[in-house]
Write a new protein. Structure first.
Length: 378
């Protein structure tokens, strides 16, 4: 840190010091400095208690308890020249203790602080003023899991900073401020710097944490989807095997589809389930776009007879721009709702048997004709 000497147009280095050599104490000095100027931490905070010990079955005390402009509780832990190894664990415990505090609990905590330090002040009025609310009834405090942690120290150990960075990835808002004393003669100076996350990357890190949590939730949701699909196929395949050997060599899986050969290369009969439909389909993917379309078009030319034999209208999808083609029959159904499974299975088994009876012979004949035509020279 340097002092600017304007007249000489020079800068002069200030001497770095330690709190210990200066005789400063954690509670008597650092805590008081922050309590009286909480904006030194880079934002408007309302200190509502010092040395808060209102935890059941524990004698622990957190250094400072504050509220931010969103009404979230902010746990502030101060250390002097070194954080020690356990400051993150300590702060997390305090945050968990404070998570259960209701708005009126917080008001009472704040009132007791005011009665001790600012007699005559009213907690409800100060909360309304700080949060820009006209009535105390409109004040919401400590909503959900919004508790924040601020760690203040002259030196942060690597085990502390690595833990803080890891916790931040779980969308826990935790900040580290490095405080450094300096001297020049009898004058003393203090810097308060946010080092985790650095101020200019804070929004970026918050965004990364939110993205990480979204991805974690997505992974967990996918695990649930996989388990439900596996369970569904475990029920459908035996029901199908009782009426037809078409799928007898297949095992349940976690995908949303299960298919088997229709007797011709590249053509399959497939079960498909999603959150909106239960479907059976003829899926044509013989390896070349022209081949697929020739099979599809040949079947489509006989659509009226096919649909009469199948017993209901089919959906014919040439899937322009894609290699494969599809002919399907479907009903509304949600794979993730077990109550719908019996009706879905009954429909899908019946429709698949009809699909096999209707298409197998036709697909074989068409494939032979196309293969024969391809083998004829010129």
């Amino acid at each position: 840190m340097f002092k600017i000497e304007k007249q000489e147009n020079r800068i002069e280095r200030l001497s770095p010091r330690s709190f210990m050599e200066l005789g400063f104490k954690e509670r008597a000095h650092l805590q008081e400095w922050i309590a009286n100027r909480p904006d030194a931490l880079g934002e408007d905070l309302l200190i509502i208690q010092k040395e808060f010990a209102g935890f059941s079955d524990t004698q622990e005390r957190l250094d400072l308890l504050a509220i931010d402009k969103q009404g979230s509780l902010v746990i502030i832990e101060n250390k002097l020249d070194d954080t020690g190894r356990d400051v993150t664990w300590q702060a997390l415990k305090y945050a968990s203790y404070c998570a259960r505090l209701a708005s009126d609990d917080i008001r009472d905590i704040f009132q007791s602080y005011l009665d001790r330090h600012f007699p005559g002040a009213n907690a409800e009025e100060q909360l309304c003023n700080f949060l820009d609310k006209d009535e105390y009834q409109d004040v919401t405090l400590n909503k959900g899991v919004t508790q924040r942690i601020i760690l203040v120290a002259a030196n942060f150990r690597k085990e502390v900073t690595s833990t803080v960075l890891w916790l931040s990835s779980f969308n826990l808002r935790i900040q580290c401020f490095k405080v450094s004393p300096f001297s020049q003669g009898d004058d003393l100076f203090l810097t308060v710097d946010q080092i985790i996350p650095t101020k200019d990357t804070e929004d970026f890190m918050i965004g990364l944490a939110a993205k990480a949590q979204t991805e974690v939730k997505g992974v967990e949701a996918e695990k649930t989807r996989h388990a439900l699909r596996l369970e569904f196929w475990t029920l459908l395949l035996p029901a199908m095997n009782q009426k037809s050997p078409l799928f007898r060599n297949l095992s349940p899986r976690t995908t949303n589809y299960i298919g088997t050969s229709a007797g011709s290369r590249g053509v399959s009969f497939t079960f498909v389930v999603t959150s909106t439909v239960a479907r059976v389909e003829v899926y044509i993917d013989a390896g070349a776009e022209g081949q697929n379309e020739r099979i599809f078009d040949a079947l489509l030319s006989d659509a009226a007879a096919i649909q009469t034999e199948f017993g209901e209208e089919l959906v014919w999808e040439r899937l322009e721009g894609r290699r494969a083609c599809r002919i399907k029959s479907e009903r509304p159904g949600n794979i993730f709702d077990r109550e719908q499974w019996p009706a879905m299975i009954e429909y899908m088994v019946d429709a698949m048997i009809r699909l096999d009876q209707t298409f197998r012979g036709r697909v074989a004949d068409i494939s032979k004709r196309i293969a024969l035509a391809s083998s004829v020279p010129g």
